[in-house]
Structure formats: structure tokens, C-alpha cells
Design a binder for this molecule. Structure first.
Ligand SMILES: Cc1cc2nc3c(=O)[nH]c(=O)nc-3n(C[C@H](O)[C@H](O)[C@H](O)COP(=O)(O)OP(=O)(O)OC[C@H]3O[C@@H](n4cnc5c(N)ncnc54)[C@H](O)[C@@H]3O)c2cc1C
Length: 128
């Protein structure tokens, strides 16, 4: 994504700028940025915009499971392909935390359904 952004001619990248706040009357009309924050030459800059999108990144929030479940180098929880089963019996993973490829609401919902069925079957087999 970074490379595509750099190659897109109608995107201007404001290096070393941090967003301080947005302003506008009922709608977003501009943003106040801080250039060279904490460095020599720090200054406040106002730019006119009519939309604001925040990129939050794709790092899976799986740190608390790392000691128990297998994760890949980025942190996605590994499941047995075609299932929601992890390497720990009775523990299932679904959604974005185990999907490095699609990361969409509809695929997360589908894999959530798979995990619910896998969990239900695991419990019924265990209790039969
Ligand atoms: C800006 C943006 C736009 C998107 N647009 C689209 C789109 O147009 N179409 C589309 O299909 N998908 C879109 N997606 C992706 C979609 O939102 C995700 O794929 C989907 O929400 C993943 O669902 P999930 O249940 O796996 O994870 P999440 O929706 O992230 O849910 C995880 C939940 O777990 C909670 N949680 C995390 N850690 C803990 C913890 N330790 N204890 C308890 N709770 C915890 C979180 O608070 C959160 O509520 C978009 C995502 C973003 C960020």
C-alpha cells in the first residue's frame, strides 16, 4: 500500500506532520497539523480538507494469546486450514485475528460461524 501511495500522482504526502485536530462548522473543513513535532522548526500548519481517514494498521491484537497459541511472524493466530481449530484442543480462532489475507467483515462473519460450529461440535463430542 505504501508503494502504491507513493506512485499515485494526485496524493501529496506531508512527511513529518502529525494531526493535532480537525475543524469545521458541522462538517470537516480542515485539519491542524504539527510539522517537525518536538524538533527545531516545529510549526503549526492548517490545511483545507473535506474528508479525513485514519489508517490504523493491520497488526493483530493477539499478544495475550502468544504464550498459548501458535501465531505467525506478524501475530496472526494459526488455524488448521479449512477449520477454525488452533493447535490447542477446544480453542478456536476466527475473524481478522487469524486472517492475514481478506480481513473483511463478511469473511470475518463467515469464519465466526465456522468457529461457533467447531466449538459446538467439540463440546457435543466431549460430552457424549
Ligand atoms: C476503517 C475500516 C474500514 C473497513 N471497511 C470494511 C468494509 O467496507 N467492508 C468490509 O467487509 N470490511 C471492512 N473492514 C474490515 C472489518 O471491519 C473487519 O474485517 C471486521 O470488523 C473483523 O471482525 P472481527 O470480529 O474479526 O474483529 P473486530 O471487528 O476487530 O472485533 C474484535 C473485537 O475484539 C475486541 N477485543 C480485542 N482485544 C480484546 C481483549 N483482549 N479482550 C476483549 N476484547 C478484545 C475488540 O475491542 C473488538 O470489539 C474495515 C475495517 C476498517 C478498520
Amino acid at each position: 500500500m505504501a508503494e502504491r501511495t507513493l506512485k499515485t500522482p494526485n496524493i501529496e504526502i506531508l512527511w513529518k506532520h502529525q494531526t493535532k485536530n480537525l475543524f469545521g462548522d458541522g462538517v470537516v473543513e480542515g485539519a491542524t497539523l504539527v510539522k517537525n513535532s518536538g524538533e527545531e522548526g516545529e510549526e503549526e500548519v492548517k490545511i483545507k480538507i473535506d474528508g479525513f481517514f485514519l489508517a490504523i494498521g493491520h497488526t493483530p491484537n493477539s499478544d495475550i494469546f502468544k504464550d498459548y497459541l501458535e501465531t505467525d511472524e506478524v501475530g496472526y493466530i494459526k488455524t488448521i486450514p479449512g477449520t477454525s481449530k488452533t493447535k490447542v484442543q477446544g480453542v478456536f480462532a476466527c475473524g481478522d485475528v487469524q486472517d492475514s489475507h481478506y480481513r473483511q467483515a463478511v469473511t470475518a462473519a463467515g469464519s465466526g460461524c465456522m468457529a461457533a460450529i467447531d466449538a459446538e461440535r467439540y463440546l457435543s463430542e466431549k460430552n457424549s
